[in-house]
Design a protein around this ligand. Structure first.
Ligand code: ARG
Length: 572
């Protein structure tokens, strides 16, 4: 129940009658009234009539009496709409008795594959994987809540030439500690040590090459070692997911290797469709519309000159599997922006092959980088990539210290719980509250602050409302009458009824900063309401009504933060 949409639905037929064709009334929140529509101006230009006359005629046709208390024409032809208090109160009451807070389940549920996280075996997760994991998990939570069938696909990098060197390092008699390192989750040292040998030691390089051949040839002993690498890494990634409080499980690992058997058929089919061309010994698809700087068509290499298959082939096989076998109609790829062209080419090639076409479509949910305070790519003090777990542990430690300091009454266990919820929440929120298409700066002070657009601010707002009820030993009665006599009450009511519209929009554009921004506005509007309108000290029906507003605010904050993957402690 979204007021913008409701008013749009009422105004659109009136505009259509006047224009003789559909017109978007462009209803927006307004300084002049509650909402405004300025569309009569453009329409007037189009039909060559005075704007005020057009606006007047639109008003004559619009049915707004039950929704608006005042509808007026102002300026050169603006329509100002003031929502009737009883209409608004009715909507708030409907929300209060709705388990879904007014958010409808999808009218046409889809099967959606969310491809996210996707770290690489025997390699530390870096901050890019953090963004993918956090954004992808929010997408999965949101779409699932809307009633879609969500399949989480953790497209683990678990195949390819580096495995020759990794396996050789694992069995190197001179490296008795390697397996230990791996099982301790010290993937960085493991990978780097293997790499270092590979770079300088010709004999090691040769053994590694033979290993790759054995692996691809299905040699059982080699496969066993490969599985060990994969399992140890998966186990480690699961501990990170647990710490990060994301919904990915061991059932969601669908690594690149799981498509191996499909690669041959994919190439055969592309060949049969006449889409393959040879280029420098490699089998390539040239999807139309992709050209390099020199103007030549760009190849998507599906089989390399050495006969091996690479990243593009696996992604093509994955698309074919996801649409054909899993029946998915929406494919989301939560991967950094540098891979944009790769995905666009893969989608185009899959489209040519008939594996991706309406109603199925694929979307690259891209994102920028996380920057350090110097405005450059986030680096550790030693200049290496930042270890994700270290970052999360630091967030929790800082938040736990702050929780103890702010509320000495919290016991040890509770302070640790709050510290974890707030620390992890702060990391996720800093990510989700910034436009994903941009880079953002990781700033501890800011993201842990209790003021501003931060997780702690929202979590605190939630816990404060809960404490109102706890301290007074009361509960809100969802069917209590709602009265909106005070401007601060009306303002809060408008925010509350806006939840459904925001959720609906974010389900389409997956721009979670709009949801974050909404929650922040809601909390700030609540805070003004709470300053101006006594709740427990009010009497009778006003008190009952205000308790419902408080409770609804807490519920919307909790649900909104849940969708972002952020916990809401009852006390802070
Ligand atoms: N493992 C890749 C990386 O670390 C990301 C994989 C993304 N998903 C996909 N279907 N290609 O860059």
């Amino acid at each position: 129940m979204d007021l913008e949409k409701l008013l749009t639905d009422r105004l659109a037929p009136a505009f259509a009658t006047v224009a003789g064709e559909p017109v978007d009334p462009v209803v927006r929140r307004s300084q002049r009234a509650d909402f405004q529509s300025d569309a009569a101006l453009a329409l007037a230009r189009q039909v060559g009539r005075p704007p005020r006359a057009v606006a007047t005629e639109v008003l004559r046709h619009a049915e707004l009496a039950d929704l608006c208390s005042v509808v007026e024409l102002s300026g050169p032809g603006f329509l100002n709409l003031t929502v009737a208090d009883d209409a608004l109160a009715g909507m708030v009451s409907a929300l209060a008795t709705s388990a879904r807070l007014g958010v409808p389940v999808a009218a046409a549920p889809e099967t959606v594959v969310v491809d996210y996280s996707a770290p690489n075996v025997a390699k530390e997760m870096h901050v890019g994987h953090l963004r993918s994991t956090v954004i992808g998990d929010a997408a999965a939570r949101l779409l699932e809540w809307l009633g879609h069938r969500v399949l989480r696909a953790n497209h683990l990098g678990d195949w390819g030439t580096p495995f020759g060197m990794l396996i050789e390092h694992l069995v190197d008699p001179g490296e008795p500690g390697a397996a230990q390192e791996l099982s301790m989750g010290d993937l960085d040292s493991f990978y780097k040590a293997a790499r270092a040998k590979f770079d300088v030691d010709e004999a090691f390089r040769e053994r590694s090459r033979r290993r790759v051949v054995a692996l691809q040839g299905g040699d059982e002993a080699t496969l066993r070692l490969w599985r060990l690498l994969v399992e140890q890494s998966e186990r480690y990634f699961l501990t990170v997911y647990d710490l990060l409080d994301v919904t990915l499980t061991e059932r969601d690992f669908h690594g690149e290797s799981s498509y191996n058997d499909l690669l041959g058929p994919v190439v055969e089919e592309l060949d049969r469709l006449g889409l393959l061309r040879e280029s420098a010994g490699a089998a390539c698809v040239f999807p139309p519309g992709f050209v390099g700087r020199d103007g030549a068509s760009l190849p998507l290499i599906v089989r390399k000159s050495d006969g091996g298959y690479g990243y593009p082939a696996t992604d093509l096989a994955a698309i074919r599997h996801r649409t054909g076998t899993l029946g998915a109609t929406r494919l989301l790829y939560v991967v950094g922006l540098p891979q944009r062209q790769h995905f666009e080419m893969v989608y185009a090639a899959a489209g040519q092959a008939g594996w991706l076409g309406p109603p199925a479509r694929a979307e690259h949910v891209g994102f920028g980088s996380i920057l350090g305070s110097d405005g450059r790519m986030l680096r550790s003090r030693a200049g290496g990539s930042v270890k994700l777990v270290g970052l999360l542990e630091e967030a929790i430690a800082r938040a736990t210290a702050l929780a103890r300091e702010r509320n000495p009454e919290l016991g040890e266990v509770e302070a640790a719980e709050v510290g974890r919820a707030v620390g992890i929440g702060a990391v996720k929120y800093a990510d989700l509250s910034s436009d994903r298409n941009r880079d953002y700066v990781l700033d501890w002070e800011r993201m842990l602050s209790l003021d501003g657009n931060t997780a702690p601010y929202l979590q605190y707002a939630y816990s404060r409302i809960r404490s109102i009820f706890r301290r007074a030993g009361v509960a809100a009665q969802p069917d209590a009458g709602i009265s909106l006599a005070e401007p601060a009450e009306r303002a809060l009511a408008f925010e509350l009824v806006g939840f459904a519209g925001v959720v609906g929009a974010v389900a389409v554009n997956l721009e979670f900063h709009h949801l974050a921004g909404y929650l922040y506005r809601l909390a700030a509007t609540f805070s003004t309401f709470y300053e101006r309108c006594p709740v427990l000290r009010a009497d009778g029906p006003v008190r009952e009504s205000r308790l419902v507003l408080c409770d609804l605010t807490a519920r919307v904050l909790q649900q909104g933060l849940y969708l972002l993957g952020i916990r809401t402690p009852e006390r802070m």
